[in-house]
Write a protein that binds this ligand. Structure first.
Ligand code: ZN
Length: 185
């Protein structure tokens, strides 16, 4: 089991990182580049570059891109999309000195153009939020994850377990509504 934590809130440094280290567990942190060191757009502070460097230096921790802008990638123009995925990779690589192989789509939004841009930028894998390959997406560029959020984290384990069960039982229509199928001509 490996954890994937998005956005780069400072909580990953103060809470997740020490607990993972204690247990020798692995995680990938997907960082929103424009938010490093800021409280922009949220009531929660984000990690600083110094904290990011410390996490990146740990052998069990990986860093991935969560884009520069945290936009819904499938809603950007093609130019803006390409710039965002390429630039976030480049900035994180320049800073950490580590090759950034993975990206997590903000809010899980993606389509065929997004996958093309992510491949072109040189990513090897990409993570969605929930997608069980229902639309025949290319597997390495739409890896599903189980979504948790603050509301779940603040509640007890019972709710979390219930959520995982429901994830498996979620009807196909629920996916179609939010994670639109790819229309490749
Ligand atoms: Zn996010």
């Amino acid at each position: 089991m490996e954890f994937a934590i998005d956005d780069g809130y400072s909580g990953i440094y103060y809470y997740a990182f020490p607990e993972l280290k204690k247990r020798g567990m692995k995680a990938t942190f997907f960082i929103t580049v424009s938010a490093i060191g800021s409280v922009k757009g949220t009531s929660y502070p984000h990690i600083t570059y110094e904290q990011l460097a410390e996490i990146a230096a740990n052998e069990n921790m990986s860093i991935g891109s969560h884009t520069v802008s945290h936009s819904r990638l499938s809603e950007l123009s093609n130019d803006a999309l390409k710039i965002d995925v390429a630039k976030s990779k480049q900035i994180l690589e320049n800073f950490t000195g580590i090759k950034i192989r993975a990206i997590a789509y903000p809010e899980g939004y993606y389509n065929g153009d997004v996958i093309d841009a992510v491949k072109e930028a040189g990513y090897e894998i990409a993570f969605a939020v929930q997608d069980r390959g229902l639309f025949g997406h290319e597997a390495y560029y739409s890896i599903p994850r189980i979504f948790t959020c603050l509301e779940l984290a603040e509640n007890d384990n019972a709710l979390f377990i219930e959520y995982i069960k429901n994830y498996k039982a979620m009807p196909e229509d629920a996916f179609k509504e939010r994670w639109k199928p790819i229309n490749k001509s």
